[in-house]
Write a new protein. Structure first.
Length: 245
């Protein structure tokens, strides 16, 4: 039998991402878990941000932000950016991260994150504790090493991070793929040449490959080579357990 509990922000798992804002010269970062895809065409996302965050006016006034997907090796950085404020901490510097130009917006991207979504705010909806920024994705940049020879973006290669009920997880075993429950098994192939795989309709097109050389060149402009994993500089230990999001 199910037990009824009070309503709360329990929907899990959700992505936990690093949202960068401000400018390349004066960047800030915050961790966001209350966000997600809201529309396929145009490609849109939402992030919900408390007005008291240092990042809030930076996003509201510029109308821009970048969603950066961290790899598993960056979880400590992800947590740190969600418990320290840019008001009194330069999170890029402390975490050894590099702010680089992002395609289509003046908000910076995080060089160390393998995928970034450049977003332009379309609407701000006050909801209560949080205001929801509805934004259009104007560009997606992904590291070259995430692409297979067929051109498929293999996001699973980056070690995606999920957030569930106050804890961070890596993704487990693959269980199936879109539409597999109704897909007919192909008859054993004779000698016909293999067709390239079909692209699911809901995967956004126009993802730009981010060449390692391009990325490191722009990163070099800012400062010396970044570290792949966060917190080597500070060795920060987990500062807060289950803070208010
Ligand atoms: C896992 C995690 C998820 C979070 N999700 C959100 C969120 O969705 N919205 C929000 O306003 N704050 C969220 N926070 C809290 C902010 O990231 C945190 O208050 C941060 O220090 C704000 O930084 P800023 O003051 O530099 O903007 C989250 C924190 C963590 C650790």
């Amino acid at each position: 039998m199910k037990k009824q509990i009070s309503p709360g922000a329990l929907l899990s798992p959700v992505p936990a991402v690093l949202v960068s804002c401000g400018t390349v010269e004066k960047p800030n970062l915050l961790t966001i878990a209350w966000g997600g895809t809201v529309c396929t065409h145009p490609a849109m996302v939402s992030i919900s941000v408390r007005p008291e965050r240092f990042s809030y006016p930076l996003i509201k006034e510029s109308g821009e932000f970048v969603i950066n997907l961290p790899g598993e090796s960056m979880v400590k950085t992800l947590d740190f950016c969600g418990v320290k404020s840019g008001r009194n901490t330069d999170k890029f510097a402390v975490c050894g991260l590099t702010a680089v130009p992002a395609a289509g917006v003046s908000a910076p991207a995080v060089a160390e994150c393998p995928v970034s979504f450049s977003c332009k705010v379309k609407e701000v909806i006050p909801l209560g504790s949080h205001d929801m920024f509805l934004a259009e994705i104007v560009a997606i940049e992904a590291e070259e090493w995430l692409f297979e020879e067929s051109g498929r973006l293999a996001l699973e290669k980056m070690g995606m991070v999920a957030y569930a009920h106050g804890e961070y997880f890596s993704l487990g075993q693959k269980l199936g793929s879109f539409g597999y429950s109704v897909r007919k098994k192909k008859p054993a192939a004779k000698s016909a040449p293999a067709k390239p795989p079909k692209k699911p309709a809901d995967i956004p097109s126009g993802v730009q490959r981010r060449k390692n050389s391009e990325r490191s060149n722009s990163a070099k402009k800012k400062k010396s080579a970044p570290k792949k994993t966060g917190h080597k500089k500070t060795g920060v230990s987990h500062p807060v357990k289950g803070g208010s999001r």
